[in-house]
Design a protein around this ligand. Sequence first.
Ligand code: MRU
Length: 372
Amino acid sequence: MNIDGRHYRTIWPIGDDAVEAIDQTKLPHRFETVTLRRAEDCARAIHTMIVRGAPLIGATAAYGIALAMREDASDEALDRAHDRLLATRPTAVNLRWALKRMCDRLRNHPRSERAAIAWREAAAICDEDVETCRSIGEHGLKILREAAEKKDGAPLNILTHCNAGWLATVDWGTALAPIYMAHDEGIPTHVWVDETRPRNQGAALTAFELGGHGVPHTIIADNAGGHYMQSGRVDLCIVGTDRVTANGDVANKIGTYLKALAAKDNGVPFYVALPSSTIDWSLASGRDIPIEERSSDEMLKMTGRLPDGSVATVEIAAPGSPGANPAFDVTPARLVTGFITERGVCEASESGLRSLFPPPALRATSPAGGGG
Ligand code: MRU
C-alpha cells in the first residue's frame, strides 16, 4: 500500500545481507524504518513490536533465520535461531509456522547452500503473504458487496479492532483487505476504528492506514462499539486473528471477545479474516492458546504528540497502582459468523475449516487442494 504516494511493503530485503522494516512503534507520529542485520535484530524487532501482527511476525522471523544462516549455517545455529525467534511472542502461531517452514526447507541441504536457500525462502514467504492477503480481500469483497446492496447507496459501516491491515502483514492486510477493495470499487464505506487499548493499534495504525488510502473512518473508544451496534450504526464487524484452533475458536487482540458478544446480541455479522498459516490444527480449542502477558507499563502510560510536534510518554494512573495487561483474548467459534480465508469463506468450525483445508491425506481427492 502507499504512504505519501509511494508504495511500501512492511518489510523488504536490502541486497542479500539485511532487511528493512517499518518501525511501527513510531507511527503515526513519525515514519521511520529500521535495518535488521542479524537474527537477534529480528527477534528484538518482534519482541518490542517494531514489527507486529501475526503474518508480519512470521515473515520477520523467516528473515531472522535467513540472516542467521549468513553467519553460521550449522544445525546448531539453525536450532539456536529457531528457539530465540520462537520465544519472542507466544500467541501468534504464524511465528511457529514460518520458523518450521524455514527449518524444514533447510535441514536436508548442505551448509554451503543454506544461506542462499534461506534468503529465497524468506522472500517467498513474503510474496506468498501478499498474494494470500489479496485473495482474502477478494473473498471478503463479495461479503461487502452483498451487504452494501442492502444499504441503498448509504455508506456501509464496518467495525474493526486492533490493526489487521497492511501493517500487520507484508501488504494488503487481512481484515482491511476487503475494505480497501470495496473502497477502490466505489462502494461507499465507513470504518469504525476501535482505538484498541492499551497499545492503541487501532488509533495509531489502522486509522493511519485507512487515512493514507482515503477510506472514511472514525476512531472510537474501545467501549463504544456495543453502543454503536445497538443503535444500528454497525453493519458488520471484521477482525483479524493471531491463532484459530481446530474447532474455530479465535485468539485476537484483547477486547475482540467483547465485540463479538455485542455483535451476537445485536444480530451484527462478525467475520474473522485469516490466512491458513494462522490455523493451529494441533490445538482442539481456544482454551489451550497461550495468552501473552505484556508489561503493565503499556496500561499505565501513554505516548502521544505534543503541540510542538515532539512525542512524549506520560503516566495516566495514580503512582503505585498496579496494572495487568493480557494482550489477547479468545472468541468462541459460536460467536463468529464466518472465516474469510485465501480459499474462500467458511463456517467457524472444524468442518468449515476442513471444507477449505482438508488434511494432507485427502489432498489428492479434494478439489480444494492441500491444507493443515
Ligand atoms: O499485538 P499485535 O499488535 O501483534 O496484535 C495484532 C492483532 O491482534 C491482529 O489483529 C492480528 O495479528 C491479526 S493481523 C492480520
